[in-house]
Each structure stands twice: as C-alpha cells, then as structure tokens.
Design a protein around this ligand. Structure first.
Ligand SMILES: *Cc1c(COP(=O)(O)O)cnc(C)c1O
Length: 489
C-alpha cells in the first residue's frame, strides 16, 4: 500500500503567505496589549506539542491556529513598544519582507559565482552603510551572522598575524604565548572568542578603566604590554568597546588605537549596539578616532531596524582577514577589486544567506534620515526619563545615559531588594527591563530602542517604575495574564 505524499503547491503557498502576512500585521497591531515578557513556566510550550513527529504529512493548512495557541503565548515580545530590556533587536516591516524574499530565493552566497546578486548587493549595501556611518573610503565591509562571529574572526586574525600565519598550520603548542588586551566592560563574546581561538582566558588581559565612560586606562595598557613583552609573552591585539553592553562604556579610541599602532598590534572595536547610532553625526564623538581601527563590528540587527541576523563587520584592509580564513585564497592579490569577491573567505561559516536585501529594503524605505529620527527620539526620551527619575528622591542614577542607555538603583536597596524590584516590574507585564551589575551593586538597566516605542510608552515606563518602587513589596502577578489569543485573519 502506498500513501500519497502531500505537497504544498505554489497556489497554496501564495494563499498561506498572504494569510501569514495578514496574521503578522494583526500580531503587531495588538502587541502593546500583551505582557512584554512571556508569563509562563518552563515546559509549558513544549507540553503543547506531541512527543513524537507525525509519520504521515498533514499539510500546514491551519498552522495559524497552532501559532496562536502554542507559540504566541510563549513569546517574549522583542518588538513590543515597551521592551526596555537588554538591547533592542528591531525588525521593521521592510526588513521582514526582505527576509521573506531571501527565504524564497534561498541563495547560498559563499562565492561570487554562487550568487552574483547576493555578493554584489552585499558589497554595495556595506558601502552605503559605510558612507552613512562616516567611515573612510578605505574601509570595506562584510555581513557576519553576529557580532560574536565578527569578533571571533578578528581574534583569529590577531592570533595568525602575531604568529606570522603559523597557527592555522601548526597549531598552538610550541608557539609563543599570545596576549590580547581589553577592559572588563567588553562583551562576553570576546571571552568566548579567546577560548575558541585557543588563546586561553588567562591571556585575555583586563586593563582597568577610568573616567565617566569607564574607558581603558591608556597608561595601564602601555605598561601592561611592556611588562608582557619583558616576560616573554607575544602581545597580539586590543579589543576596544564603544557602548559596552552593561552600562554603555566607551574606550577612548584615539588613545587606544594609537597604542595599537605604536605597538604593532591588531585592533578590533566592538560597537555592536552603539555603532548604529553613528549614522547621526552628533553622536560620533563617542567613537572619535575610529578611522584608526583595523576591524570594527556593529549590529544593524539591534538598533537599525534590520532584523537578526545582520552584523556589519568593517575592515581597514581585508587582507589579513582573508589570509586567516580563506581555504584557497585565490583572489588574495586583488581583494575583490576585480569584482570577484568570495565572502565566505571573510567569515567562519561557509554558507551565507542573502542578508543584504534587508539593509537595502530598510534604507530604501526609511532613508538615513528616517533611521536617524528614530534613534534621536529614543535618545531624547531615555534621557528625559533619567532626569525624571533623578528628580524623585527614591531613585539614584548610577551610570549616566550613553545614548539611550542608563542604569539606576533605589536608594537604600541592597542587592536582594533590587532583584525583588526588577522581578516585580517584569512580572507586572507592562514593561520589561533587565538588571545589571556595576560598581559592585545590582542596578536596573534601562534602554529605549524599539522602533514601535512612542514617547508615551517611555512615560508609562516611568510611571510603572515609580509605582512599584516601594522596597519590600511582595512580587505581583501580571495584570495582563489571560490576554486574548490572536484571531486568524
Ligand atoms: C549584543 C552585543 C554583542 C553580541 O551580539 P551578537 O550579534 O548577538 O553576537 C557583542 N557586543 C556588544 C557590545 C553587544 O551589545
């Protein structure tokens, strides 16, 4: 006995695709009435799925009802207008549509010839972005899957360059011990890149910070490099941050990159979150000196409306990167100047999605000015809230706003009371924030960055933060629990 395998035909695809678009529009229209963070316990979502896969195909008609029942209630809504946690991960409508197109075309852009359009549009979009950011013409960009991926690639370059390109060939045993320098404010993706690159956590040397932006102390950096050389280590690179994840710390790039140059070290700047805001000229002081960096990453998938995954990795000269990562660097001599760029030679993964479409659609839809207006609003609203909380005697601002990020505490609250407070705020459901630790204490980290956010959402956040600010209140359950399911279109 044979059974007919059900196949999705293209008419059904077109119908379901339109239904999904309408369902998606309704999801976003009703988003603000939902609790921001998923109000459920571990196992609740998995429990709605059968334990075993279907033996026979059922087709996917009716899938929207399943999405409503099983998926949406288990979401933490990153696109919610009152998402103030972590950093944003914006997906704008043009970017969603571009990703749908990318899925339909399903390109594998590892070589120029495997997707000439994918490759050439990536080159052009990265150059548009370079111009928007005010980076010098010599910088060339590549799209990486994540800032973590870009940082790993940069750390591998530091290693290979310092070892005169022997690490990939010979492995690390018997080589000089490499050292890389960063402050405590850099993201944990730097630690992991150090582990994966075989350099070892002990050889990521932390340089103390100073000043209002918690910047690496350049004198301490120089002294550490000199001491390491004297002790027989091989200094290889410096990772600087602009807009660190915890509190928005910014290294002084002019000083740090001058040291890298003097010492012959490769430099990588992690501006994953803050970098996007550099399309606004008035914020560029934060990364003054950036033109001296060898490598730089920023995430349009955070604050630029280009949804995950899209990290922009710029190189002052791609040659060391390609020399580190290309299996057969045939075009090494030209670096793509003859038009044949093989972007898989610029990144750890071989396969590449058609991600450039997202930046194209977004820039075409909003223009640089449209994006600048969104970010400027976020910065203004966030700074206004910081002032509002400062004026309330129960609050203290712990780190001053860097762009749209600041941290604050409740006066007289110890760490346990601060954690209670954050839990109370998030269980309430109207807003979502994350806690952080800075200067040895637990703080609330607040950032504005969601494209759906309006000024009244930030004002409401202020009202919620004040309403729940009494120390010692028991946790409350969400007043928004039991929200209605999304209706199928
Ligand atoms: C978010 C963030 C990262 C990690 O970004 P991914 O793209 O998720 O890897 C790295 N560095 C900083 C400063 C960040 O804010």
């Amino acid at each position: 006995m044979t059974t007919e395998t059900p196949r999705l035909d293209w008419d059904q695809f077109a119908r379901l695709g339109a239904d999904i678009a309408a369902w998606g529009a309704e999801y976003h229209r009703t988003l603000s009435s939902r609790p921001v963070r998923a109000p459920l316990v571990p196992g609740q979502v998995a429990g709605t799925f059968p334990l075993a896969p279907p033996e026979d195909g059922e087709g996917i008609d009716g899938i929207l009802a399943d999405l409503d029942d099983k998926v949406v209630p288990g979401l933490t809504h990153w696109q919610h207008p009152r998402f103030f946690a972590y950093f944003p991960a914006n997906a704008t409508p043009p970017s969603m549509l571009a990703d749908f197109v990318a899925a339909i075309l399903a390109q594998q852009g590892m070589l120029w010839q495997t997707s000439p359009a994918g490759t050439e549009i990536e080159t052009r979009m990265m150059d548009w972005l370079r111009q928007g950011l005010g980076l010098p013409e010599t910088f060339q960009g590549v799209i990486q899957d994540s800032a973590s991926g870009a940082t790993l690639a940069a750390i591998l370059v530091m290693r290979e360059r310092a070892l005169d390109w022997a690490g990939n060939r010979q492995g690390l045993p018997g080589q000089a011990r490499i050292r890389i320098y960063a402050s405590d404010e850099v993201h944990t993706s730097v630690d992991r890149a150090i582990w994966i690159a075989g350099i070892g956590a002990e050889n990521l040397v932390r340089i103390p910070t100073r000043g209002p932006l918690r910047a690496m102390d350049p004198d301490a950096l120089r002294a550490q490099i000199a001491a390491d050389r004297a002790a027989g280590y091989l200094p290889a690179g410096i990772v600087a941050c602009v807009g660190g994840t915890g509190t928005g710390a910014c290294d002084d790039l002019t000083q740090v990159l001058a040291i890298a140059r003097d010492e012959g070290l490769y430099s990588h700047v992690d501006a994953a979150w803050a970098g996007a805001a550099m399309i606004c000229p008035e914020f560029r002081d934060l990364w003054a000196g950036i033109e001296g960096a060898d490598s730089l990453v920023l995430n349009p998938h955070k604050w630029m409306g280009v949804q995950f995954d899209f990290s922009a990795h710029f190189l002052r000269d791609p040659e060391p990167l390609v020399r580190t990562l290309a299996i057969q660097p045939e075009y090494l001599k030209t670096h793509g100047k003859d038009g044949f760029v093989n972007y898989s030679e610029w990144s750890v993964p071989l396969g590449r999605r058609f991600r450039a479409l997202k930046l194209w659609f977004v820039l075409k839809a909003y223009g640089l000015n449209g994006l600048r207006a969104v970010m400027r609003d976020h910065v203004r609203w966030s700074q206004a809230l910081a002032e509002d909380l400062r004026a309330d005697p129960r609050f203290e601002i712990v780190t001053e706003p860097v762009l749209s990020l600041f941290t604050f505490g409740l006066k007289g609250a110890d760490d346990a009371a601060m954690i209670d407070y954050v839990t109370r705020v998030n269980d309430d459901g109207r807003i979502y924030v994350t806690q952080g630790r800075t200067g040895g204490r637990i703080v609330v980290r607040f950032q504005v960055g969601t494209f759906a956010c309006r000024e009244e959402d930030v004002r409401l956040a202020g009202a919620v933060l004040k309403e729940l600010a009494e120390v010692g209140l028991p946790p409350r359950t969400s007043r928004l629990r039991g929200f209605p399911p999304l209706r199928n279109p």
